[in-house]
Write a protein that binds this ligand. Structure first.
Ligand code: ATP
Ligand code: MG
Length: 611
């Protein structure tokens, strides 16, 4: 684990004027790089500073006496996962889901699934559906007893509007009618304070009248905007009279054409939290500078009698940055639209649907989230940590099979033609109670092409003329030569076997050989399509510093081969996982695999061999 210099990334914050989620500002105080040895991650106690905060709140009884509108006591931990339904969820969201739902579970509270659908132009029901599916697949639920805690920010549009009128009447908001250019010029900068709008002190009645007419559709987009009245000289740009409502003549996927003004994210979000009695509102670091407005708006509305204290509190944590992956929705969309991948659920994609199709288990993602912990400063997590979590989850669970991925014929010349005998292997090497597999041995087998070398390299212990190896779970054979085609390519290997060397029989211990290779009987093996997946990018930081991530694509991230599998592998059901001995963990593809005609995806290799 190494420590790197502080890094600062500015993403032009635009005070109160960006549509939907307003300006973003990252301060990456330190880059912690977690190594690719999963043991490192496992042994370092996962740290989650939020648990300390929740423990302290429990000790002080901060939320102990909160009740809902009917007077019913509320849990002391209520979190929410608030996706915007404008894209598919990715591995970074998985971290946030595991965090929010995990804390609620561990503290006997509840977690709400809330769709932050305040930006009508980018949102769609398709995304709502996939988000629901992904959160459930990860193993979480927004049900709490008989209650269902799935919400939409758009359900609060009426309340949000009512509060906006009250804010005006209380002197906390005004309709600004400056042009976009004027507003930009008066915004100031990091080093200079902004200037008050000439509409800032217009009478409340006039602002209310304008807001009503905005709502009634009398104006065009951008003609007026409702702003909070805070401080145009604040050093925090987010406090310089941020926009809270703007005109947007757009169809909304849920409210249809009812509204032509929409609340800004920074306004809708804290209020949604307060309506739902959220206690700990957890978001990523770029919202740190938005917290003063979060607190300001809730304080004002509490004064107006809309909410009771204690109010929700926002906490920020470092978003997940995963090496060899990108987690920008926009760039993921580009991969799909430009057909660089085969869709959102392409097994190379870092989307939850892609990771699922690749073969990752929900448990492995939860384990990954636990291992990486929750920090206050930005960090890079190595892809190896994610892969390690999958290996650690599957090693104990899944049955073993033999597979030959790059087949070469091995002919045992002294084995009787037409004869077969049974070999036996454990379903799981550490769990004899799971039983045995049985498969045929015969005169012609498939072996891996790279388990043979006509002229061996140094320290090569597998098949070469004159050398003996054990055919795993079978016999010891001695290589006698090979056949080649006209171009000199090896097309078959010949050997003789020792009839008294069979694994599991008394005589087998008399044979000491260094090589042990796997095989599948040619007459019995199951032909199957296998898709060998690897990391989508060859650069650990494919889009860092504005780099063109398309130049970093790994051309070997997908190859489709025909393999020979141990009989029985054809019965593996879609989405069941197995270990192919020596090769790694594989899953029967959930879409394309059918019993009898299996299609396997490689999830990860057995060891981290990435170079
Ligand atoms: P955008 O807001 O640009 O559409 P987003 O990735 O922030 O994209 P949201 O749908 O707003 O998407 O995210 C839902 C939740 O997931 C937010 O609370 C956000 O903080 C969290 N989240 C998003 N990306 C990550 C990440 N890489 N690591 C951890 N949490 C994340
Ligand atoms: Mg977001």
């Amino acid at each position: 684990m190494g420590w790197f210099l502080p890094v600062r990334v500015d993403l032009a914050p635009i005070v109160g004027l960006g549509y939907g989620k307003i300006g973003r500002y990252f301060i990456l105080t330190a880059f912690r790089f977690m190594g690719n040895d999963s043991n490192t991650a496992a042994s370092a106690a996962p740290s989650n500073f939020l648990r300390g905060i929740i423990d302290a709140d429990s000790a002080s009884g901060k939320y102990a006496s909160k009740t809902d509108a009917t007077g019913k006591p509320l849990p002391t931990v209520i979190t929410r996962f608030p996706p915007e339904p404008n894209g598919y969820l990715h591995i970074g969201h998985a971290k946030s889901i595991c965090l929010n739902f995990g804390l609620a579970r561990d503290y006997g509270g509840r977690c709400h699934l809330r769709f932050d659908d305040t930006n009508p132009t980018k949102e769609d029901q398709e995304y709502v559906d996939t988000i629901i599916d992904s959160v459930q697949w990860l193993g979480f639920s927004w049900a709490h007893g008989s209650e269902n805690h799935q919400y939409f920010a758009s359900d609060y549009f009426d309340k949000l509007y009512e509060m906006a009128e009250w804010l005006i009447s209380a002197g906390h908001a005004y309709v600004d009618s400056q042009s976009a250019e004027e507003m930009a010029a008066n915004r100031g900068s990091f080093s200079e304070p902004g200037k008050n709008s000439r509409f800032r002190d217009r009478p409340a009645a006039e602002s209310i009248d304008l807001l009503r007419r905005m709502k009634a559709g009398e104006f065009k987009d951008g003609e007026h905007v409702l702003r909070a009245k805070i401080d145009m000289a604040s050093p925090n740009m987010n406090m310089r009279d941020p926009a809270i409502y703007r005109i947007r003549h757009a169809h909304h996927h849920r409210t249809g054409d009812k509204w032509c003004i929409y609340p800004m994210y920074d306004y809708a979000h804290p209020i949604s939290d307060a309506i739902e009695n959220i206690t700990h509102s957890i978001c990523t670091l770029e919202f740190q500078d938005h917290r003063p407005f979060y607190d300001w708006i809730l304080e004002r509305l509490a004064e107006g009698g809309f909410f009771n204290k204690p109010l929700p509190h926002q906490y920020e944590f470092a978003r997940l940055n995963l090496t060899y992956a990108i987690t920008s929705k926009r760039k993921l969309l580009q991969l799909v639209e430009e057909k660089i991948v085969d869709g959102w659920d392409d097994p190379r994609m870092p989307t939850i649907v892609g990771i699922r199709r690749r073969g990752y288990t929900p448990e492995s993602l939860q384990l990954f989230a636990e291992r990486i912990g929750v920090a206050k400063s930005a960090s890079w997590i190595d892809m190896g940590v994610l892969e390690g979590a999958l290996r650690d989850d599957l090693d104990e669970k899944v049955p073993r099979f033999v597979s030959v991925l790059n087949p070469l014929k091995l002919i045992i010349d002294n084995y009787p033609e037409g004869h077969t005998e049974e070999c036996t292997a454990p379903v799981h090497p550490h769990h004899p109670e799971r039983g045995q597999r049985h498969f045929a041995f015969s005169r012609e087998l498939w072996i891996e092409a790279d388990d043979f070398m006509e002229v061996p390299e140094k320290a090569y212990f597998r098949l070469f003329p004159g050398n003996k190896v054990r055919l795993r779970y079978g016999f010891v054979v001695e290589c006698t030569g090979c056949d080649k085609d006209a171009s000199g390519k090896v097309i078959a290997v010949h050997c003789n076997y020792y009839p008294d060397s069979k694994s599991g029989t008394e005589g087998s211990s008399n044979f000491k050989v260094k090589g042990n290779i796997h095989w599948v009987s040619a007459a019995h093996g199951v032909r199957a399509e296998v898709r060998l997946y690897d990391r989508l990018f060859k650069d650990p930081h494919p889009d860092a510093g504005g780099k063109d991530f398309k130049l970093a694509l790994n051309p070997h991230a997908k190859s489709v081969i025909t393999a020979y599998l141990e009989p029985g592998a054809e019965k593996v059901l879609p989405e069941d996982r197995v270990q192919f001995e020596r090769h790694g963990y594989f899953v029967a593809d959930r879409i394309d695999s059918t019993p009898g005609r299996p299609v396997f995806n490689r999830i990860v290799t057995l060891k981290d061999s990435w170079k």
